[in-house]
Design a protein around this ligand. Sequence first.
Ligand SMILES: C[S@@+](CC[C@H](N)C(=O)[O-])C[C@H]1O[C@@H](n2cnc3c(N)ncnc32)[C@H](O)[C@@H]1O
Length: 267
Amino acid sequence: MGAELADRRSLVREKGVTSTSGSSDETVVKFDPIESVRTPIFLSSDDDRGFELASTLDLESKDIQSAPIDDWYLGCKRDELALCHSSEDPLVISEHSVRTKIDEARDTHLARACMARPGRVVLDAFGGWGIDGLTLSALGCEVTILEVNPLVCAMARYLAQELGCAAKFVCADAERYLQDTDEVFDVVYFDPMFPVHPKSAKPARRMQILELLARKDTDIGQVFELAKNRTRDRIVVKRRRTENARGLVPDWNVSGRTVRFDVYQTR
Ligand SMILES: C[S@@+](CC[C@H](N)C(=O)[O-])C[C@H]1O[C@@H](n2cnc3c(N)ncnc32)[C@H](O)[C@@H]1O
């Protein structure tokens, strides 16, 4: 991840994005929307659909021969954007595998906890595959989705495109984004990775791969503190139903069979 971050920083510098503050040996750079940080997609020269995806998603196309060995990368499989690996089956998140979830979003616990309605301005600070953020978007919320991993963020952007959901994606660290932004949101939504639970059933493959790629060292308490100043109405944190809120006592919650949405009023 260190090298990847260094690459991304140098890419941002190349694009001339404003620097904020400096430490002794490096400039700390404001994370810019993914649009200016071009994540590579590895393609063979005759992959027309792959090049079309590279263009619509503003990805940098690279020769398949230079694809990483033993690491995940973006490619094109069965005409869809895919996460590929030299020794694993590719992962495609098809539009119809999440369509039902999004179509049935209205009466969900997520919608209730966020009080989702048209025009509500929401920051999904831990975007992942974007499914929760896109669900809120389908209910009319104006959603900004943050995701720190560029591969995951690209897959989420592709999913949004396929579903026809209008959401803004930013490939950024939530902590840094909240420090830098002037925006204020009605709701800031948190769905950080749950701690591993020894008794849980093996999750779906897309969640197993997310577990591998996701950032896990984020200081949630710190992001929560920063979010308070940028939230007009409420912060909503998704947790396992039985998880301890570790000192962050919510005002109320919406609890389901396996997960719970803790709601913290900020006004
Ligand atoms: C549990 S997943 C979110 C799943 C998502 N709600 C969905 O519906 O697909 C948590 C995500 O947060 C991301 N993440 C962790 N720390 C982050 C940070 N500091 N800034 C932005 N994203 C972060 C991880 O990379 C991971 O993809």
